[in-house]
Design a protein around this ligand. Structure first.
Ligand code: NAD
Length: 476
């Protein structure tokens, strides 16, 4: 069995001080796949010390230098695409399509940051003042298991573009992907200590980052519950925080939409990344008068999604990441049945034809009320709740009646109407009549879906602090 016994500090793979062993289980076979030695608080301290020393050594690094590091990081990650895809499928059970997309996005994020950096105005005139955008210092990056490479690379790219150094704590469930990615990043030969990577527990290494006075900012992607604890913990040292948290995103199907065209997008939005996606559209809001028609169509669209072996390129839904996640989704399906929702498709247990693995039956509930648990809480599995609305106003009210505000989807035959509805949704991103990707546009949540934004200029500025100079020497 594979054993992972190193962490990455100051450009070197070193044995962690931590001794706790954590077993990784293959989500397809349920067999032990690897053992990892977890980092502890001493390792966190060492990594922060390395990042701090490097930050001071590189202080005043030029735009060109940083563009050079980003170019090299892009090159090595892009060159390792096949290696990365294979490990995401093997460790996480990510279906082939999403594993390819995640790996490409990981590489692209360095190139996007480099492009941004090329003409970002770090100095600008504001009335009589000169304003300089300065790096924050050492940043702590804490990432979840559902898109390990993408989250690590996009946060690291922005931290480097801003002139910071980083300590990174990925999810312990992604230890194998993290090991592969770290070895790939190492090939870029950027200055030692620019980034340091430790796999450890959240409440040990993650919490040590949050407490540490030497860390200026935490960029966190994960659950709303942990995000809140990070915000609370960061208050003591007034750390800057960017929190990318959970969602319960609505998909509004307006009565003038082309239902046949919309349905495959709606099913894909509900089940993306096997349902383990923060932006999944898991509440489908439909005109009450056409509920029966939608029920038939959405079941057909779900039945077209192949569940099973993530290596098969035609598979759309792979296993849940872990037994815990599988049990959590099963509990929500039971809860939906108990609360009186109509089970249209799926249910508890394994999908037909599969005898093991953390696979969930793609599940559609109808006659869901927005106050039911399955409509309120993030399930993080391929489970869709269909909710009927009376008219457009009612649809908007239901869409906004949630603690979350990460994402939304609107389908309509009238683009002007779709835009009007989209403007009234309280969410960080709204997709109209399709699924899109725009990595230069801000990403992040309203309400309890988060704080701050990632990507593009908005994302870069989360890593910068404006400094105002007055009475400055104009010739410099
Ligand atoms: P999680 O909150 O359990 O863990 C995320 C990370 O935080 C992990 O690395 C974990 O070890 C660490 N952590 C746990 N406790 C901590 C603590 N006390 N202090 C510091 N760090 C701690 O989330 P998860 O289960 O890994 O990921 C799934 C969640 O992530 C979902 O809620 C999903 O919606 C969210 N997510 C959000 C986005 C977004 O961009 N908004 C993207 C992907 C995932």
């Amino acid at each position: 069995m594979k054993s992972i016994d190193s962490i990455y500090i100051k450009g070197q793979f070193v044995t962690p001080h931590g001794t706790e062993r954590f077993t990784l289980i293959d989500p397809v076979t349920e067999q032990e796949a690897a053992q990892v030695t977890l980092a502890d608080e001493v390792d966190a301290e060492n990594a922060i010390a390395a990042a701090t020393a490097t930050y001071h050594e590189l202080a005043g690094s030029s735009r060109e230098q940083r563009m050079g590091w980003l170019a090299r990081l892009h090159e090595v990650v892009a060159a390792a695409e096949e290696e990365l895809i294979a490990m995401m499928i093997e460790e996480y059970g990510g279906p082939h399509g999403i594993s390819v997309a995640t790996s490409k996005r990981a590489a692209a994020s360095f190139d996007q940051a480099r492009t941004l950096l090329a003409d970002y105005p770090f100095e600008r005139q504001v009335a009589s003042a000169r304003v300089r955008m300065e790096p924050l210092g050492v940043v702590g990056l804490i990432t979840p298991w559902n898109a390990n490479y993408g989250m690590i690379c996009s946060k690291l790219a922005m931290a480097i573009a801003a002139g910071s150094t980083a300590v990174i704590k990925p999810s312990e469930l992604s230890a194998r992907q993290t090991e592969v990615l770290t070895r790939v990043l190492h090939r870029a030969e950027v200055p030692a200590g620019l980034f340091n990577v430790l796999t450890g527990r959240g409440d040990v290494v993650g919490a040590a980052f949050v407490r540490h006075p030497g860390i200026a900012k935490i960029s966190f992607t994960g659950s709303t519950a942990v995000g809140k604890s990070i915000a609370r913990g960061s208050a003591d040292t007034l750390k800057r925080v960017t929190l990318e948290l959970g969602g319960k995103s609505p998909t509004i199907l307006l009565d003038d939409a082309d239902f046949d065209k919309a349905m495959p997008f709606i099913a894909a939005a509900a089940t993306m990344n096997s349902g383990q996606a923060c932006l999944a559209g898991t509440r489908l809001l439909v005109p009450r008068a056409r509920l029966a028609e939608v029920e038939q169509a959405i079941v057909a669209a779900f039945l077209a999604l192949k569940v099973g072996d993530p290596r098969d390129p035609s598979t759309r839904i792979g296993p849940m990441v872990s037994s815990t996640q599988y049990q959590r989704v099963q509990a929500y399906i039971r809860k939906g049945i108990e609360e009186g929702a109509t089970l249209l498709l799926g249910g508890t247990g394994l999908p037909d034809g599969l005898e093991r693995g953390y696979f969930v039956r793609p599940t559609v509930f109808s006659n869901v009320r927005n106050d039911m648990t399955i409509a309120k809480e993030e399930i993080f599995g391929p489970v869709l709740s269909v909710i009927a609305y009376d008219d457009e106003e009612d649809a908007i009210a239901i869409a906004n009646d949630t603690i979350y505000g990460l994402h939304a989807y609107v389908f309509s035959g009238d683009l002007a109407r779709a835009n009007r509805v989209a403007r009234r949704i309280e969410a960080g991103r709204v997709f109209i009549n399709g699924l899109y990707d725009e990595p230069m546009a801000p990403f992040g949540g309203f309400k309890q879906s988060g704080l701050g934004r990632e990507f593009g200029i908005f994302g870069l500025e989360e890593y910068l602090e404006p400094k105002t100079l007055l009475g400055y020497e104009q010739s410099l």
